[in-house]
Design a protein around this ligand. Structure first.
Ligand SMILES: Nc1nc2c(ncn2[C@@H]2O[C@H](COP(=O)(O)OP(=O)(O)OP(=O)(O)O)[C@@H](O)[C@H]2O)c(=O)[nH]1
Ligand SMILES: [Mg+2]
Length: 575
C-alpha cells in the first residue's frame, strides 16, 4: 500500500480498532466460522495488493475482457464454462502460474497495469456447475472493486440480479460493463440495452452505477494490431474510468472502504440475528410468566378452596364440642351421681353420644381434601405441559431460521424440552393412589406430632379414633373426679364451672390440634407443589434471563461498532 498522509493513517488506525472489536464480538457471540474468516481476510487485505475482481455469468466475456485490458491473450476464452478457478493475475518479471489451493491459481505476468493493481478472473455464475458460483461468491468480500460483466445478448438475467445484490450487500463499489455490443446490429438498440441495464440496477439495488457498453473482442483485436476497431470497441471510456477510479487516492479509498463494507454487512446480519433471538426470548419470558402467574393463581385458589373445605371439618368438630357441653350439663346433676360413679359406662356413653362418628366423618373429609388437592396438582402440571408444547409449536420455524449458530437454539430448546419432559413425566407417572396415601400419612404424622403421640402406620381415621378415645377418657376423668367430690361440686358452683371449662378446653385442644396440623400440612403441600414447578422451570428461566442480558449487551456493543464504521466510511467519502 502507498504512503498515507497523517489523516489517512489516523483513520486507518481507527478502522483497524473497530474491525478488531467486531472480530472479538463475533467470536464471543460464537458467530459462524465463515464470517470470522471473511472478516479476518478483509482485515489482512488492507495491506495486500489492490484486487479488481471481474464477475459475471459464464460466457459473458470476463476472461476476454481481462485479455483486452492487458492487450494480450493471456486467459482462455470459450463458449462453454471455461474459467474454473479464481485466477489472481499479478505483476511478475516473467510469466508464471502457481496453484495456491484447489480453487485458486496465481498467474504472474510482466504487464505494466499489474504494477498498480491485481486483476482477478472468476468462474462464471449461473453455469451448470454450481460449484463455480460458490467459489466466486466466497471471493466477493475480498475484492476492492468489482467489475460486473453482463452480455449484450442477454442483459441482466434473474440470476444476475441476485448476484448483484450479494455484491451490494458486501458494500462493494461496482462498475457495470455490457459486453459483446458487436453482436447488436444498430446503435439504437445498444442505447436501449444500456438504459435497460442502468435503470434496472438503479431500481433493483438502489444504487446508481456507471454502465459501459463495450466489445472486448474488438478491443483486444485493436490492441493486437487492428487499431481501426478501437473506437467501435468503446473500450477507451471504460479504461479511462477505471484508471481514474484506480489512481492512487482512489485505490486507497477503495482499499479502506473494503473491510468497512464487510463489517457493515456483518453488523446488520448479526443485528438481525440478535433481534430474532430477543423476540424468541421475549415470548419465552411470557411463557414463564404465564406459568408463574398460573402457579400463583393456583395457590390462591387452593388456599381459598381449602378454607372452605376446612370449615367442614371444623363444623364436625364444633358439633362434637357442643355435644360435649350438653353431655356435661346433663351428667353433672345430683340425679346422675350413680352414673358418674360407673366409669366404664360413663366413658361408653360419652363416646357414643359426643364422639359419635366424628373420626369417620373427619376421615372422609380429609380424604376428599387430599383427592381434591392431588387433582389440582395434576391439573397444574398438565397446564404447564400444554403451555410449553404450544410454545414449542409456535416457534419451531423461528428457531430453524437462525443462520449464525446453533448453540443458542440448541441450549434453549434443550432446556425448554427438559422442563416439558419433566412436566410430561410427572403427568404420565402420576399415581393418584400413591400420592394420596403419601399425603394421608403425612397428614397423619402432622396430627400425631401436634398431639404428641407416637403412631405407626395406622391411618388418619384410626388416629382420630385414638385421640377421641383419649378425649373420652380425659373428659370422663373430669366427670368422675367431680363425682368423688360430688357434694362440693354441686354446692360450689365455681368448681362446677371450672370442671366444665376444663372439659371444653380438652375438646377445644383436640379441635385445634387437628385443624392447625391439617392446615399446616396442606399449606406446606401447596408450597411444595409450587416449589416443584418453580424448580422444574428454573434452568429455563435462568437461561432466558442470562441470555437476554447477554444479547442486549451484545446489541449495544454492535450498535457502537456500527456507528464507528459509518463514521469512518463518511470520513473516507469526504476525501
Ligand atoms: N461477439 C463477441 N464475443 C465475445 C466478446 N467477448 C467474448 N466473446 C466470446 O464469448 C465467449 C465467452 O468468453 P469468455 O471470455 O470465455 O467468457 P467468460 O465470462 O470468461 O466465461 P466463463 O469463464 O466460462 O465464465 C467466447 O467465445 C468469446 O470469444 C465480444 O465482445 N464479442
Ligand atoms: Mg472465463
Amino acid at each position: 500500500m502507498h504512503i498515507l498522509n497523517a489523516a489517512q493513517e489516523a483513520l486507518l488506525q481507527r478502522e483497524r480498532i473497530v474491525l478488531n472489536d467486531l472480530q472479538l464480538l463475533v467470536t464471543s457471540f460464537q458467530g459462524s466460522k465463515d464470517d470470522l474468516a471473511t472478516l479476518k481476510t478483509s482485515i489482512q487485505q488492507i495491506d495486500d495488493f489492490f484486487l479488481l475482481v471481474i464477475v459475471g455469468e459464464f460466457n459473458a466475456g470476463k476472461s476476454s475482457f481481462i485479455n483486452a485490458l492487458l492487450g494480450e491473450k493471456l486467459l482462455k476464452e470459450g463458449v462453454t464454462p471455461t474459467t474454473t478457478k479464481i485466477n489472481i493475475i499479478r505483476h511478475g518479471s516473467q510469466h508464471s502460474e502457481q496453484v495456491i489451493d484447489e480453487n485458486t491459481l496465481l498467474i504472474q505476468e510482466p504487464a505494466e497495469l499489474l504494477k498498480e493493481i491485481s486483476i482477478v478472473d472468476t468462474p462464471g455464475t449461473n453455469a451448470i456447475i454450481r460449484e463455480h458460483e460458490k467459489i466466486t461468491s466466497q471471493f466477493i468480500p475480498r475484492s476492492d472493486l468489482v467489475l460486473f460483466i453482463t452480455s449484450a445478448d442477454r442483459p441482466l438475467s434473474e440470476s444476475e440480479r441476485l448476484f448483484l445484490e450479494t455484491i451490494r450487500d458486501w458494500g462493494k463499489k461496482l462498475v457495470v460493463v455490457i459486453n459483446k455490443i458487436d453482436v447488436i446490429e444498430n446503435q439504437e438498440e445498444i442505447e436501449q440495452i444500456e438504459a435497460f441495464v442502468s435503470d434496472n440496477i438503479k431500481s433493483l439495488l438502489g444504487i446508481q452505477t456507471e454502465v459501459f457498453p463495450i466489445s472486448a473482442k474488438k478491443a483486444l483485436n485493436a490492441k493486437l494490431g487492428q487499431p481501426k476497431l478501437w473506437p467501435e470497441s468503446r473500450f477507451e471510456a471504460l479504461e479511462e474510468h477505471v484508471r481514474h477510479m484506480l489512481d492512487e487516492s482512489g485505490r486507497i479509498k477503495l482499499k479502506l472502504q473494503n473491510p468497512l463494507g464487510v463489517a457493515k454487512n456483518l453488523c446488520s446480519r448479526y443485528h438481525k440475528v440478535i433481534e430474532e433471538r430477543l423476540d424468541v426470548l421475549i415470548d419465552d419470558v411470557e411463557t414463564i410468566q404465564n406459568i408463574e402467574n398460573q402457579s400463583r393463581l393456583h395457590k390462591e385458589d387452593m388456599l381459598h378452596d381449602f378454607d372452605f373445605r376446612m370449615a367442614d371439618i371444623e363444623n364436625i368438630l364444633f358439633g362434637m364440642q357442643q355435644r360435649g357441653q350438653q353431655f356435661f350439663d346433663e351428667y353433672l346433676r345430683l340425679g346422675r351421681i350413680p352414673d358418674l360413679l360407673n366409669k366404664n359406662k360413663l366413658q361408653e356413653s360419652f363416646t357414643r353420644i359426643v364422639i359419635a362418628d366424628v373420626p369417620r366423618q373427619i376421615e372422609i373429609k380429609v380424604d376428599e381434601l387430599i383427592d381434591w388437592m392431588i387433582d389440582r396438582d395434576f391439573r397444574q402440571w398438565k397446564a404447564i405441559m400444554d403451555h410449553l408444547s404450544k410454545r414449542k409449536q409456535n416457534h419451531e420455524e423461528k428457531i430453524i431460521g437462525d443462520p449464525v449458530n446453533t448453540t443458542f437454539n440448541y441450549d434453549r430448546s434443550f432446556l425448554m424440552e427438559s422442563v416439558a419432559k419433566e412436566a410430561e413425566r410427572i403427568v404420565s407417572d402420576f399415581d393418584r393412589e400413591k400420592e394420596a396415601s403419601e399425603f394421608a400419612s403425612g397428614a397423619q404424622n402432622a396430627v400425631a406430632a401436634a398431639a404428641a403421640i407416637e403412631v405407626g402406620a395406622i391411618g388418619l381415621g384410626t388416629l382420630i379414633t385414638i385421640l377421641a378415645t383419649t378425649l373420652s377418657a380425659d373428659v370422663t376423668g373430669i366427670l368422675v373426679a367431680s363425682g368423688v367430690a360430688v357434694l362440693g361440686l354441686f354446692i360450689i358452683p365455681a368448681r362446677r364451672r371450672t370442671a366444665n371449662r376444663e372439659m371444653s378446653k380438652k375438646i377445644q385442644q383436640l379441635k385445634d390440634n387437628l385443624t392447625t396440623s391439617l392446615q399446616d400440612k396442606f399449606s406446606k403441600e401447596i408450597d411444595r407443589s409450587l416449589e416443584r414447578v418453580h424448580t422444574a422451570i428454573l434452568p429455563y428461566t435462568r437461561f432466558v434471563r442470562a441470555e437476554r442480558a447477554n444479547l442486549e449487551e451484545t446489541q449495544l456493543a454492535l450498535a457502537e461498532i456500527q456507528k464507528e464504521v459509518l463514521d469512518i466510511q463518511n470520513q473516507i467519502n469526504l476525501w
